[in-house]
Design a protein around this ligand. Sequence first.
Ligand code: DGL
Length: 261
Amino acid sequence: MIGIFDSGLGGLSVLAAIARALPQADLVYFADTAHVPYGSRSDEFIRSRVLAIGGHLAAMRCDVIVVACNTATAAAVSALRSQHADIPIVGVEPGVKPAVAASKSRHIAVLATESTARSERLARLIRDHADSVNVHIEPCPGWATRVERLHLDDPVFMAEAAAKILPLLERGIDQLVLGCTHYSFLAPVLKPLLSSRAELVDVADAVAQQVSRLAMRPNAGDARLLLFASANAEDLQAALPRLGLDWLTPRIAHPAQNLVL
Ligand code: DGL
């Protein structure tokens, strides 16, 4: 079984990529909806949540744990790995490397939560892989909450997104990195703003490949999906069709459950 978690709905974009890559695998997803968004929280708070949730997935005997959240990865994947050295733990980091590889203009931008934007881990990623490139880091407060509320394409957001993206295009970016798993669900609004001037970079498929490399028997299972949330579990399940993930519904083994960790 593969354990996947996030602060809320965002990690479902990673779960969907894993389910596409490993159609038989059993998946368990935990959404920490009682504490979303993580992006405005302290590192200590995020670390305590990651250790509690990761510990629970380890106790469920998951073969691999996926921290399907850039914010949680930046703040706490090292702490989780040191507590569970026996389980492969896959984190999610903004796709700076693929963006640098693809960039011709040598300007890229990373959209991220406030926490990821100021993290040492992102600074190191950029130092290590993007020293010849101009990286514009753009914190996007409120965007993850917008996805949680399923306010995906209202006119207010379209204007806000344009105000964020158009100046980046003026500065010459040709790669726009989605540095928060929630933002994958905003792609239908973001993509048209780019026209053909820049590409969106989402690492969900690369994360799924990494999971299939690390799992012992990656595609073994009965294609079951278990959904848990720390609050309003029924909303987690109900969100699937709204996020274009209705195809996952037949895999759900029993209705999503609340689980306080
Ligand atoms: N989905 C998360 C990420 O990838 C966090 C969003 C949030 O809770 O602020 O960063």
